[in-house]
Design a protein around this ligand. Structure first.
Ligand code: 5GP
Ligand code: ZN
Length: 112
């Protein structure tokens, strides 16, 4: 399958592996939009948040907890923003589900 993030999981495309376990992987976004901009992805290929199925529930909870651990590790005590762009209207550009962890500056709202 020609999936960029699956290639990152497999190590074909090298990244700095900020956190990894059997289910999830975190690495820096190549085009950071904030001082801290980390992508956290399931190792399993799930094309988008909309494509998750019931058997993914435990992994998704695990992933969200891992995001929180990363935020604490990165000392984002002032807060942070999580973004899951989903589908064309959601502005998703890589078709492998990912959570953006953005922090280190004040975010704006609405997000445009
Ligand atoms: P989306 O727009 O789908 O929500 O987010 C995709 C993200 O992946 C973008 O923020 C983009 O900068 C990031 N990205 C795209 N290609 C690469 C890559 O090869 N390596 C890394 N680390 N990030 C990438
Ligand atoms: Zn994939």
């Amino acid at each position: 399958m020609d999936c960029l993030f699956c290639k990152i999981v497999e190590g074909v495309i090298p990244v700095t592996r900020l956190y990894e376990d059997e289910q999830v992987l975190a690495f820096p976004d190549i085009q950071p939009q904030a001082p801290t901009h980390i992508l956290v992805i399931p190792k399993k290929h799930i094309a988008s948040h909309a494509k998750a199925v019931a058997e993914d529930k435990e992994m998704l909870g695990h992933l969200m907890f891992a995001v929180g651990e990363l935020a604490r590790e990165k000392k984002l005590d002032a807060g942070y923003r999580l973004v899951i762009n989903t589908g064309p209207d959601g502005g998703q550009t890589v078709d492998h589900m990912h959570v953006h962890l953005l922090g280190g500056r004040a975010m704006h709202w609405p997000p445009g």
